[in-house]
Design a protein around this ligand. Sequence first.
Ligand SMILES: NC(=O)c1ccc[n+]([C@@H]2O[C@H](COP(=O)([O-])OP(=O)(O)OC[C@H]3O[C@@H](n4cnc5c(N)ncnc54)[C@H](O)[C@@H]3O)[C@@H](O)[C@H]2O)c1
Length: 450
Amino acid sequence: MDIGVFGSGYVGLVQAAVMADVGHNVTCMDIDSQRVATLRTAEVPFYEPGLARMLGEALDNKLLSFTDDAAATIDACDYLFIAVGTPAGEDGSADLQYVLNVAGSIGAGMTTRKLVIIKSTVPVGTADLVRETIQAELDQRDADIPFDVVSNPEFLKEGSAVADATRPDRIIIGSNSAQAIDEMRIMYQAYNRNRDKLMAMDSRSAEMTKYAANAMLATKISFINEMANIAEAVGADIEEVRRGIGADPRIGYQFIYPGAGYGGSCFPKDIRALQHLADSHNQTAPIIGAVHETNQRQKNKLGERVIQCLGNDLAGKRIALWGLAFKPNTDDMREAPACAVLEQLWAHGASVQAFDPQAANSARAMYGERDDLVLCEGKEDALKDADCLVICTEWKAFFSPNFSHLIELMRRPLIVDGRNLYDPAYVASQGIEYYAIGRGLSISQASSQT
Ligand SMILES: NC(=O)c1ccc[n+]([C@@H]2O[C@H](COP(=O)([O-])OP(=O)(O)OC[C@H]3O[C@@H](n4cnc5c(N)ncnc54)[C@H](O)[C@@H]3O)[C@@H](O)[C@H]2O)c1
């Protein structure tokens, strides 16, 4: 099939790669010409495991090409994915300008039938809006050309995007057209073999499924964080509680890790967009509001703990920070908990020595050069003369540090762990002051009190 993909971000690029990998002929279009030039050299502008290899092979096999020419893409392809960004507008609603821009170009440029597939996360009713936008352009040209619009929301996770896209849990197709659903089934056939994962439904339900899925996952995170805060106050250990509740299959172990709050380019904006959607339809959605507020509070917990330990005035203090990305295996720092920590520590006068296996360039792009931020080459460089270590991201490299070396390097052996990576008793036995999420007082303090 001749497939065009608009947008070469995390979603568009992965979609283009996995489609080309099974033999489709894919053109990936982006308005960012510099990005297109980089991609033509098989260089991926962000870190995503396995993606560079897959793109390189598809380019070698001439099944994938990159362009900044929208008209040529529309002309060459029968199937057009819209995978552009839908950032939050000021009022929290999803900004549809990029999606509708692509829809407008399709309506203005198409000369043969097109199937337009919306991959971006969009508010309920957007497929209708895209259809109207294309039709308006056709009407203006007095052109009578058939087309279909389907919703095909994406569920990949950054950090495991290629694996998720090649082994999807489900393929949601929102459409009332039997022809469009058949075409989508054929397109995805290679990824739909061991059981039928394709679920056809109306486009509004498909659009709502994506928001409901993200809202459910964000709710799990805010729920366990709320439990962690209560556990801490009452002297319980949230890690024991987590094991205890996860054993119930109705609850399960997935996505109930207490931590420093959720971030990234999806949950925060999608929660706000869902809230806006509910408000604009006069529906109260108190759970969604509470999930967001709990998360905002949780993001401040680590900074607050540092201030509690080192005092309000952090001038002259050096804080080591492990992990900048919003989660492991990505370099994406959009709305990362580390950003909240950095900004809080800076506001109190601290300087930060940060290490992340992949996200240093993202931090440079976000904050530029500043005296109070040193981006370190290695995790131990960040520890030198530090008054505290804050852990924001659960990269594997942080799971088993050499604690005696850590004590030698740091000015004060103090760890504020936002990902509950260590056994508190073991860390305390090494002579380290240790605070985690929902695990009560640091063991060293607790034992000195008894
Ligand atoms: N990142 C994720 O993990 C993820 C997962 C599921 C769904 N989504 C959703 O998918 C959509 C895309 O997300 P992303 O993370 O890939 O975004 P992104 O910001 O990484 O990439 C968007 C790309 O679209 C390009 N673009 C903008 N206007 C364009 C146009 N008119 N024509 C062609 N390209 C254009 C931009 O230059 C950019 O490269 C969003 O709606 C997002 O909510 C993202």
